[in-house]
Design a protein around this ligand. Structure first.
Ligand SMILES: *[C@@H]1O[C@H](CO)[C@@H](O)[C@H](O)[C@H]1NC(C)=O
Ligand SMILES: *[C@@H]1O[C@H](CO)[C@@H](O)[C@H](O)[C@H]1NC(C)=O
Ligand SMILES: *[C@@H]1O[C@H](CO)[C@@H](O)[C@H](O)[C@H]1NC(C)=O
Ligand SMILES: *[C@@H]1O[C@H](CO)[C@@H](O)[C@H](O)[C@H]1NC(C)=O
Ligand SMILES: *[C@@H]1O[C@H](CO)[C@@H](O)[C@H](O)[C@H]1NC(C)=O
Ligand SMILES: *[C@@H]1O[C@H](CO)[C@@H](O)[C@H](O)[C@H]1NC(C)=O
Ligand SMILES: *[C@@H]1O[C@H](CO)[C@@H](O)[C@H](O)[C@H]1NC(C)=O
Length: 305
């Protein structure tokens, strides 16, 4: 009898302590925070043990996983998922990620994660509420195609400081209601019209600051009737063809071009003709006598070839 009691207590002790060692999920107010996870099954169990209608956001930090089980989130209703400092080879073990969050997930944030370039973004195609995707400080390098997700919702996608050198030729073309797209602080050299939705009826801000873009294709802003602001500071643009801004000149408010290699010569006469001077925040790099001159102060007499 005593022995059995002791055995039970031992069992309780073992179960309790195993779960303390592996209990990598803690509740922090309305946030469920899991960390230090290295086992995919353990991760799913940690989530299962913490079903609670008061938990509305989920964070996974400081972990190394091959994948997140497609069914790990079954029965939860998180509106936000944060992945911070995790090494994750794949978003899912099937071609669907985060099953169960289709109608609730609004915000997906990925900071300081590795292998992000391997993730299959098509696996988020069933999300119906997702509006914000924010990827920062990762090793993404290549941006593959984003699917046609949460149709009819406003979308903001930001991929920042993630060593991006190349975008798929159709990277964001399926994201119909893209409103703000920010791709700052990468090494993007080439942008093509085909990378964005066509038409991009709702695109208002296109941010490409701090990349290595040398020139803009002449059709880049076609079919973008809502475009208000383009951020191109910190690139390597040396001239802009006459017709680039024609499709948006009636509704664009600001084109940021500071810190480029602009050559202020006769090829930029359209800036004056099209009355774009007040909308361009830019300065000349060449010729030497115009170096540093604000484009808004240029006149025909300054622009020679
Ligand atoms: C993570 O787990 C390891 C053992 O698996 C442990 O040594 C370490 O202290 C844990 N780190 C944190 C922050 O809990
Ligand atoms: C999630 O929402 C569903 C449907 O509204 C509900 O049945 C379920 O109890 C909720 N689960 C949690 C953990 O809040
Ligand atoms: C990132 O997570 C790893 C565990 O995967 C941990 O060892 C490391 O200290 C974490 N880094 C930071 C900056 O928290
Ligand atoms: C860019 O990301 C790296 C980590 O990948 C980080 O160390 C660095 O501070 C970030 N730079 C900026 C300007 O945010
Ligand atoms: C996108 O723009 C169209 C046309 O202006 C509008 O009907 C639609 O409601 C907008 N979509 C969103 C998500 O704002
Ligand atoms: C997105 O999906 C909707 C509904 O299925 C469809 O009508 C639309 O053509 C799709 N858009 C793109 C760009 O694939
Ligand atoms: C671009 O880089 C400059 C200089 O490093 C920095 O001041 C600015 O904040 C960056 N802009 C963006 C949008 O990252």
């Amino acid at each position: 009898m005593t022995n059995k009691k002791e055995f039970n207590m031992l069992l309780v002790f073992v179960v309790c302590c195993i779960s303390t060692i592996h209990s990598t999920c803690v509740k922090e107010g309305y946030l469920l925070h899991c960390f230090n996870v290295t086992n995919e099954k353990e991760f799913s169990k940690g989530l299962e043990r913490n079903r609670d209608p008061d938990l509305v956001e989920f964070a996974l930090t400081d972990s190394e996983l091959r994948y997140i089980s497609h069914d790990a989130f079954h029965g939860t209703n998180f509106t936000a998922v944060y992945l911070w400092n995790i090494s994750l080879l794949s978003l899912s073990d099937t071609d669907i990620a985060f099953e169960g969050l289709e109608d609730t997930l609004k915000t997906f944030i990925v900071h300081e994660c590795s292998f992000v370039g391997h993730w299959n973004w098509d696996s988020i195609r069933n999300f119906r509420a997702l509006e914000l995707i924010d990827v920062a400080d990762t090793d993404m390098e290549y941006v593959s195609d984003f699917p046609n997700f949460s149709r009819g919702k406003n979308h903001l996608i930001s991929i920042r400081n993630s060593s991006v050198v190349e975008l798929s030729p159709t990277a964001f073309s399926q994201v119909e209601d893209l409103v703000i797209l920010l791709l700052a602080l990468n090494n993007i050299e080439d942008v093509e019209r085909s990378m964005f939705p066509k038409p991009a009826l709702n695109l208002t801000v296109l941010g490409l600051s701090n990349n290595t873009i040398k020139s803009l294709p002449v059709d880049i802003f076609t079919d973008m009737p809502a475009l208000k602001e383009v951020k191109l500071d910190g690139n390597k643009i040396h001239t802009i063809e006459k017709n680039v801004f024609v499709p948006v000149r009636n509704h664009i408010n600001l084109v940021r071009l500071l810190g480029n290699d602009l050559n202020c010569d006769c090829r930029l006469k359209w800036i004056i003709e099209d009355d774009m001077r007040t909308k361009l925040l830019a300065n000349c790099k060449y010729p030497p006598d115009l170096e540093g001159r604000e484009v808004s102060t240029l006149d025909y007499g300054d622009l020679w070839c």
